[in-house]
Design a protein around this ligand. Structure first.
Ligand SMILES: *[C@@H]1O[C@H](CO)[C@@H](O)[C@H](O)[C@H]1NC(C)=O
Ligand SMILES: *[C@@H]1O[C@H](CO)[C@@H](O)[C@H](O)[C@H]1NC(C)=O
Ligand SMILES: *[C@@H]1O[C@H](CO)[C@@H](O)[C@H](O)[C@H]1NC(C)=O
Ligand SMILES: *[C@@H]1O[C@H](CO)[C@@H](O)[C@H](O)[C@H]1NC(C)=O
Ligand SMILES: *[C@@H]1O[C@H](CO)[C@@H](O)[C@H](O)[C@H]1NC(C)=O
Ligand SMILES: *[C@@H]1O[C@H](CO)[C@@H](O)[C@H](O)[C@H]1NC(C)=O
Ligand SMILES: *[C@@H]1O[C@H](CO)[C@@H](O)[C@H](O)[C@H]1NC(C)=O
Ligand SMILES: *[C@@H]1O[C@H](CO)[C@@H](O)[C@H](O)[C@H]1NC(C)=O
Ligand SMILES: *[C@@H]1O[C@H](CO)[C@@H](O)[C@H](O)[C@H]1NC(C)=O
Ligand SMILES: *[C@@H]1O[C@H](CO)[C@@H](O)[C@H](O)[C@H]1NC(C)=O
Ligand SMILES: [Cu+2]
Length: 585
């Protein structure tokens, strides 16, 4: 039956294409370049496209008319040149999430941080080289809420001839989670910023662009994963949802986690995966040895801790076994469909147990180079608060206020020009100041009863670091308006997650418990709800690097800041000048 993988379902095509590309496309080109990387060129035409989900058609922003967007595939060491041409009425930028962008900050993508937007009718070529990274990442728009539909996987294979540090999978399949609104998402966030209320909730989550059979009018839009008994599959999980961390589980199957944010992990088994927006996770799925005469649901739904209501629906795909003997193939519709059991929405103890299992391989091939001698310590509170609305607004908060979000009580104000350009040209005057506070302005019981004054400050303040500074950063959640897990994403770096805990960070007792041996290395970490996390990184990449909550609504509200990393003394430690086609404001 056309039940699951109907011909007009783009996501089915999408996987098939991906598998084909993996199998053949890389062959001849790479044979010529055993050790040296090659340059791969892509063209991204930003175009509107009508797409129907949940029985409603809407016009969405896409790349090349595809939703989800095209896959980018490269090998470690390759260079990418991606020409983005903007044919829509919106300003657009694209971010290559998790790519370190070593000395190529001009290609990072966050609007007004590293570049001005690509305006309607304009184009920009993102150029960068993938150095020392392999695994699953993704790309997405990095302006307003356009990433709701502008996203796709970015797969970095190891250098040719270099094996994975785990059994070679029979096939590799991207599983990209998204979030779907029936309404126009730009209207949703614009309305929220005008009224000061929380934005309208999404209507569904998606797997490879498809909501799945648990929504009304959606059975035909279900992603189907077909497996052969006894084979091992590598699922490349990406959470591209806007505002929700997700639990993911496949009924009656155990997954083995082998990689997170393009860093190999010590393998461990899990029935449920927790993945925040901005995170990626590779898992091995071992198909059962014999045809189980059943179908299995692969489902995802939120891990939600905040004070606000959330989209509590469940997206699902179907895992189906192929028969060795097609004549014995039972009718798929006759088979029982087995559903997984997911943790409860606010199961923070599950979240803590899961994240504590993530460890770097930390062996000679893949060492964990954790900074040991720290040059600068920072303590940042992250959380919500209230912001005053302008006089001509009528905001829904008390005394014409709106919900805001902040780091160290500063709700970031987006500048009118790109920070990286202002920094490079030494024209910071009137654009930003370099006085981001190293600690919160007042001490309080961060996770206890909040202070009575919960107003926030505003500003475009940055933190400047000399080249090669070893940084330790404590991220402390606050309970202002409500404790909540915030997935903090740092551009330009991977960091090591050396410690985490609940309540307030204790600078006397907690550092003794830090893991400096095999902590997970990643680019996005969930600050535990009502708790803290300690991260370390070496500031070895000159440029201006955005750090923000990857819940898009919190970014809109100001939970963001940027680091300046100054040039080093040597030539290869300096940021080169901007490319000629860098968009202007
Ligand atoms: C989308 O549908 C509308 C209404 O049917 C139509 O006017 C428009 O041309 C379509 N857009 C595209 C890109 O196909
Ligand atoms: C948000 O939801 C409200 C209530 O259902 C509705 O009136 C409004 O039009 C929605 N806003 C957008 C932008 O869809
Ligand atoms: C699925 O798991 C349940 C509970 O462990 C078990 O009772 C059932 O037999 C399994 N079904 C299949 C088809 O594997
Ligand atoms: C989801 O939230 C709605 C509204 O708060 C509630 O009525 C419903 O029971 C919830 N559903 C689940 C599965 O928790
Ligand atoms: C989780 O939610 C349930 C029901 O909404 C509530 O009773 C419980 O206190 C919550 N648990 C935590 C840890 O917040
Ligand atoms: C603001 O909005 C509220 C609720 O919609 C309304 O009662 C009030 O009159 C409005 N105030 C102004 C000044 O527009
Ligand atoms: C609103 O402003 C008035 C006057 O400044 C003040 O007395 C009151 O406490 C404020 N209310 C809130 C909820 O902040
Ligand atoms: C902070 O608040 C929590 C929760 O109310 C409480 O358990 C704790 O004792 C408080 N800590 C201090 C130092 O007051
Ligand atoms: C945050 O800044 C506002 C505005 O300056 C101030 O009123 C408030 O007390 C500060 N809050 C904290 C917790 O420091
Ligand atoms: C697009 O970006 C330019 C340059 O920053 C800005 O002037 C313009 O207002 C933006 N347009 C929209 C629709 O936001
Ligand atoms: Cu957040």
């Amino acid at each position: 039956m056309g039940f699951i993988c109907s011909f007009h379902s783009s996501a089915c095509l999408y996987t098939i294409l991906f598998l084909l590309v993996c199998a053949s496309w890389l062959g001849p080109q790479l044979a010529l370049a055993k050790h040296r990387g090659i340059t791969r060129r892509y063209k991204f035409e930003v175009r509107m496209q009508n797409v129907t989900r949940l029985c409603q058609t809407k016009s969405i922003v896409t790349i090349n008319g595809q939703f989800p967007g095209p896959r980018i595939i490269a090998r470690e060491g390759d260079s990418l040149e991606i020409k983005v041409v903007n044919h829509v009425k919106y300003n657009v930028t694209i971010h290559w999430h998790g790519i370190r962008q070593l000395r190529s900050g001009w290609a990072d993508g966050p609007a007004y941080i590293t570049q001005c937007p690509i305006q309607p009718g304009q184009s920009y070529v993102y150029k960068y080289t993938i150095k020392g990274q392999r695994g699953t990442l993704f790309w997405h728009a990095h302006i307003s809420w356009l990433r709701a539909t502008l996203y796709g996987p970015l797969v970095i294979l190891p250098k040719r001839g270099v094996p994975y540090p785990f059994p070679h999978p029979f096939k590799e399949v991207p599983i990209v989670f998204g979030e779907w609104w029936k309404a126009d998402t730009e209207a949703v966030i614009n309305q929220a910023m005008k009224t000061g209320s929380a934005p309208n909730l999404s209507d569904a989550f998606t797997i490879n662009g498809l909501p799945g059979p648990l929504y009304s009018c959606s059975v035909k839009d279900t992603f189907k994963l077909k497996v052969k008994p006894g084979k091992t599959y590598l699922l490349r999980l990406v959470n591209a949802a806007l505002n929700n961390e997700l639990f993911f589980s496949i009924a009656n199957h155990t997954l083995t986690v082998v990689e997170a944010d393009a860093i190999y992990t010590k393998p461990f088994k899990a029935n449920t995966i927790l993945i925040t927006p901005g995170q990626t996770t590779n898992v091995l799925l071992r198909a059962k040895r014999h045809h189980p005469n059943a179908l299995f649901l692969m489902a995802a739904r939120p891990y939600a801790t905040g004070p606000a209501t959330f989209d509590n629906t469940t997206t699902a795909a179907i895992l189906e076994y192929a028969h060795h003997d097609p004549s014995r193939k039972p009718k798929a519709t006759k088979l029982p469909l087995i559903k997984p059991k997911l943790p409860f929405f606010n199961d923070t103890s599950f979240a803590a147990k899961f994240t504590n299992k993530l460890r770097s391989l930390a062996n000679s091939k893949f060492p964990a180079n954790v900074p040991k001698k720290i040059d600068r310590h920072f303590f940042f509170t992250v959380g919500l608060g209230l912001l005053p609305c302008s006089k001509n607004q009528n905001c829904s908060g008390p005394n014409n206020t709106m919900v805001g979000a902040a780091i160290n009580n500063i709700s970031f104000v987006q500048p009118k020009t790109a920070l990286l350009q202002a920094h490079f040209l030494r024209q910071s005057n009137g654009v930003y100041t370099s006085n981001f506070p190293t600690k919160p302005p007042t001490r309080f019981n961060y996770t206890g009863t909040p202070p009575t004054n919960i107003m926030l400050n505003k500003g475009t303040r940055l933190m400047s670091l000399p080249y090669n500074t070893n940084v330790e950063l404590l991220l402390q959640d606050t309970s202002i308006i409500g404790a909540e897990s915030h997935p903090l994403h740092l551009h330009g770096f991977n960091f090591f997650v050396v410690g985490q805990g609940f309540g307030n960070f204790d600078s006397k007792k907690d550092p003794a418990k830090f893991n400096l041996v095999d902590p997970i290395e990643r680019n996005t970490v969930g600050v535990p709800s009502g708790g803290w996390v300690a991260i370390r990184f070496r500031a070895d990449n000159p440029g201006v690097w955005f750090m923000h909550c990857h819940l898009e609504v919190h970014t809109s509200w100001g939970l963001k800041m940027a680091w300046i990393v100054q040039d080093g003394k040597k030539k290869h430690q300096k940021l080169p000048p901007p490319p000629a086609d860098l968009p202007k404001c």
